[in-house]
Write a protein that binds this ligand. Structure first.
Ligand SMILES: [Mg+2]
Length: 134
């Protein structure tokens, strides 16, 4: 990847190689996740979701519940969400799940963005379907 390309939307639309752009995206994603995880956690705390010291298991169960809501939305033909109707139900419920994960990660000091990048890089070297049936 040596060809220089102009990538619209990058800072000042600078000339970058794909490799430079990939590195920039990874850094931006990590920073964005950290930034929004803090913002999400601040709001969740303000709204009382960390009162009474909820257990890790309870928080993870609530992440699961959002995935179940996404599944139910799909089972119903994925109609517009009732709170943000410009989005499908599945989009809103998956967003809820990510918001809960970000809230938890910030509270626990987890390096979510870095872990996503590390796991994605690791997965690049894994076999088809990671050697499993599905
Ligand atoms: Mg929900």
């Amino acid at each position: 990847m040596t060809d220089k390309v102009i990538l619209e939307g990058t800072p000042n639309q600078v000339l970058r190689t794909e490799m430079e752009y990939d590195a920039w995206c990874k850094g931006a994603l990590q920073e964005s996740i950290s930034y929004y995880a803090e913002e999400v956690h601040t709001l969740a705390s303000k709204n009382g979701f960390w009162e009474d010291n909820p257990s890790d298991g309870e928080k993870i169960a609530l992440m699961h519940s959002e995935l179940s809501e996404a599944l139910e939305a799909l089972r119903k033909g994925d109609p517009p969400d009732d709170k943000i109707p410009e989005f499908k139900g599945s989009e809103a419920e998956l967003a809820d799940c990510i918001i809960r994960i970000m809230d938890f990660a910030h509270k626990k000091g987890l390096r979510l963005g870095e872990a996503i990048m590390a796991k994605h890089e690791f997965n690049k070297g894994r076999p088809y379907k990671h050697g499993k049936e599905f």
